[in-house]
Design a protein. Structure first.
Length: 308
């Protein structure tokens, strides 16, 4: 019944993030047309009524709004500009929303080369990890025209926390905000790992050290909440591969360079991330840099290990 009034959403990229996001769009009643390099990633969605599109062009042609959720700018470029890409299928005046963590170059080039087609293009990257994608509680940072953001709000609300769907500025602002969020979070992670490793090696009980940090002006969301995934469960978040984290850090430093702001700290954090990627592999979790410090002190940072 509601299907008749909801726009058809084309969705390309059914990985760790896209799989949860599409499930929530489907639950909210949006008709879906989906595409991925891995046909099998769509099986559950198709069983639930989604239509499979053989190419991004087909997904774009069959939908009112087409969303991309792809690993890197290179993948976004291929999916948009490739021979069977979005541009080959999208109607003039159609809407493309890139929710990947990326940079504005691909969208800017499309605007320049296809300005006469009247395409509506938004960047809307997300935070909240694959768990947030699965729960429909993502934070979404949207760059684009206000009227497009308002029109697409129901689509975003099916995937994200309504309180944390933020219109952050014009085209490209969403990408920039997202890169800065990740940069700061990765910096918190490395700084916290270093401090915990030094303190524990100096003989302080891990719980006492962390409780003291929480009680101090040095407290952070990472110390208070996010680090517990490692301390309690040894979970380094394989839902976000460290190769993609390194991609984000590289893009963030490129952004700093392009605006002429030195990024000394970010550069060190990037190198530590790249060391962890080299050591533990591309698919290791985004929090694996903590393991570098655990290896250095010869023991895992675990609350139960301390208690034992
Ligand atoms: P992923 O690698 O798990 O999924 C990417 C999907 O894109 C894969 O299913 C892949 O087959 C598909 N794909 C790649 N090239 C394609 C092409 N040419 N045509 C069709 N499909 C193609 O990645 P992810 O973890 O879902 O991340 C997606 C984006 O979201 C990235 O930009 C990432 O930085 C960002 N992000 C991820 C997380 C997280 O926790 N995983 C959190 C926030 C943001």
């Amino acid at each position: 019944m509601t299907h008749a009034v909801l726009p058809t959403v084309g969705f390309i990229g059914l990985g760790n993030m896209g799989s949860g996001m599409t499930r929530n769009l489907q639950r909210a009643g949006f008709p879906l047309v989906v595409n991925d390099l891995r046909r099998e990633s769509a099986a559950e969605l198709v069983a639930g009524g989604a239509r499979w599109a053989a190419t991004p062009a087909e997904a774009a042609a069959a939908s009112d709004v087409v969303i991309t959720m792809l690993p890197t700018p290179r993948h976004v470029d291929a999916v948009v500009n490739g021979p069977d890409g979005i541009l080959a299928g999208i109607a003039d005046g159609g809407t493309w929303v890139d929710m990947s963590t990326s940079v504005p170059e691909v969208a800017d080039a499309v605007r320049r080369a296809h300005g006469a087609r009247g395409l509506r293009i938004l960047d809307a990257p997300v935070s909240g990890m694959s768990v947030g994608a699965a729960n429909g509680m993502l934070q979404i940072f949207v760059g684009g025209e206000a009227e497009d953001v308002a029109r697409l709000r129901p689509v975003f609300e099916a995937m994200g926390d309504p309180e944390r769907i933020l219109h952050v500025g014009g085209a490209g602002a969403g990408y920039a905000v997202k890169l800065m969020i990740n940069q700061l979070w990765f910096s918190h992670l490395v700084a916290t790992a270093e401090v915990l490793a030094i303190g524990v090696k100096a003989g302080v009980d891990l719980d006492v050290l962390r409780d003291s940090l929480i009680a101090s002006p040095a407290n952070s969301n990472f110390v208070e909440h996010d680090v517990l995934s490692i301390l309690d469960r040894g979970d380094y978040d394989e839902g976000f591969a460290i190769a993609l984290a390194c991609k984000d850090l590289g893009l963030s430093i490129d952004l700093a360079r392009s605006v002429g702001v030195p990024a000394e700290l970010s550069a060190v954090v990037e190198q530590i991330y790249r060391r962890a990627k080299a050591q533990y592999g591309d698919l290791a979790g985004e929090m694996t840099p903590v393991q570098l410090y655990e290896d250095l002190i010869g023991r895992p940072l675990r609350r139960e290990a301390v208690a034992a």
